[in-house]
Design a protein around this ligand. Structure first.
Ligand code: ASP
Length: 455
């Protein structure tokens, strides 16, 4: 039995949904179908999730929302018409949106979650109706009844393993299950959405709970590429990689698969296949536990911007018991989650995502580190990018860092930080954002175009 998840572009229009149905019915093992909200139909189009965010924001402000509401309903109306479904389903969707909009606005986060989740919820209802319309046994399943349990607010939304027992029963249901991605319910019945792109997480959770033989993640590219195709011309496709490698790449900007979705698949050893709805015969990229890495030392290179560095210097820091803990505590109290902490004997840098900062917070952190830790020097730099070389084979290869550093030097870029994770699956270089594109291109050339290692 396979769990197949279809992303936003795969379910954005009637024609795309017809492709989905063809894919699902071409393999009887495809039993659980997880769907996103309608995504972009063309480059300048707006995802239904974004329309819903706008709609809920305006509703919270008490503004007139008639146009936005109509825009959302219209997306479903067009899909339903293209699929030959009667107007009844559009009425169901409109009524559903109206009742969500009328919910209590006392808690803005909750209110928005209910509206955001309607994107996938209504699309799942519509797609299930289409399966039935063409005579295929299928049904919409609500995550609440199915047992997709999540933790309580305000912690980051995560699924509770407690729900797995109930979820596993989906396997024995007759016909095809159409399941909305992106959200679950707390034990007291409150809806919470995962982070953006979270339908991948729903798919992985269902694949794990039902012990599926494969979790297929259908998107709009043939495979995961070794580098961002918007920066590097025709990067090579990755045919196979490990969970660990995908995790590292997803972390640093490979948005084709949500990094949080790997955990359930990894824990239950469910292989994942990234495939293209528009070209389902292409083999796609397999994500598995182990691979032969003798020929693909570096599997991919990711580049991500939006990092800040807090640099702290204090003479004899290495002898001061608890210095690191106290520094991290300040950051914790300021709600900053960190990424890397490279250190020297008398100094320590903490690297984190800049979006967590505000100008007030920035000033407060610097002041607190100065006062509470009596540091000699403290400063904060923004505009950093991280370039991450990823590959399980790196552990067994000598000279790789030298090659990477030489390639970076060729672009005239100064390296601000090097971090080789203890697992040696990744090698991270911190550079200034302005050098990101040049460095990524040169590293790609070094490891993929010229390299005798890559075949
Ligand atoms: N529709 C949601 C989003 O745009 C979730 C998803 O598509 O996975 O983030």
């Amino acid at each position: 039995m396979k769990v197949s998840k279809f992303g936003g572009t795969s379910v954005a229009s009637a024609d795309q949904i017809k492709k989905v149905v063809e894919i699902v019915t071409s393999d009887s093992a495809r039993k659980i179908v997880v769907v996103s909200a309608p995504g972009k139909r063309f480059d300048e189009d707006v995802k239904v999730t974004d329309l819903l965010i706008q709609l809920s924001e305006n509703s919270l402000k008490g503004e007139d929302i008639q146009n936005e509401l109509e825009e959302v309903v219209n997306r479903y109306r067009q899909i339903a018409a293209g699929l030959g479904l009667d107007k009844e389903i559009v009425q169901v969707i409109e009524d559903d949106l109206t009742s969500r909009l009328a919910r209590d606005k006392g808690d803005a986060v909750l209110y928005m979650d209910y509206l955001k989740a309607s994107g996938e919820d209504n699309n799942a209802k519509l797609i299930a109706a289409y399966f039935q319309h063409i005579g295929i046994e299928a049904k919409y399943v609500c995550p609440k009844e199915a047992g997709l349990l999540v933790n309580e607010r305000p912690a980051r939304v995560q699924a509770l393993p407690k729900g797995n027992e109930l979820l596993s029963r989906l396997r024995d249901e007759p016909g095809i299950i159409v399941f909305p991605g992106f959200f679950g319910y707390t034990e007291d019945g409150t809806l919470r959405t995962f982070n953006r792109g979270g339908s991948d997480i729903t798919g992985a959770l269902l694949a794990a709970a039902t012990n599926a033989e494969l979790y297929e993640n259908f998107t709009d590219v043939d495979s995961v590429f070794a580098a961002n195709p918007r920066v590097v011309d025709n990067p090579v496709a990755i045919d196979k990689m490990t969970y660990r490698e995908m995790r590292e790449l997803a972390y640093a900007g490979f948005s084709v698969f949500h990094d949080e979705a790997l955990m359930p698949a990894f824990r239950h050893s469910i292989p994942v296949c990234i495939k293209n709805t528009n070209n389902p015969d292409a083999p796609g990229t397999m994500i598995v536990k182990e691979r032969d890495h003798s020929s693909h030392t570096v599997v991919g290179i990711a580049a991500d911007s939006g990092f800040s560095t807090l640099f702290v210097d204090k003479y004899l820091m290495n002898l001061e018991l608890g210095f690191g803990r106290r520094l991290m505590q300040i950051l914790e109290e300021e709600d900053i989650s960190f990424e890397h902490t490279p250190s020297g004997i008398d100094n320590m840098s903490v690297i984190f995502r800049s979006h967590q900062l505000t100008p007030e917070k920035e000033a407060r952190i610097i002041q607190r580190v100065k006062d509470e830790l009596d540091a000699d020097d403290v400063y904060l730099h923004n505009n950093y990018s991280m370039i991450v070389l990823v590959g399980e084979g790196m552990r067994h290869t000598t000279g790789l860092t030298a090659r990477a550093a030489s390639a970076i030097a060729r672009t005239g870029t100064s390296i601000q930080m090097i971090n080789q994770g203890s697992s040696e699956v990744s090698l991270t270089f911190g550079i200034l954002k302005e050098n990101e594109t040049a460095v990524l291109k040169e590293l790609y050339k070094e490891f993929f175009s010229n390299s005798p290692i890559y075949s």
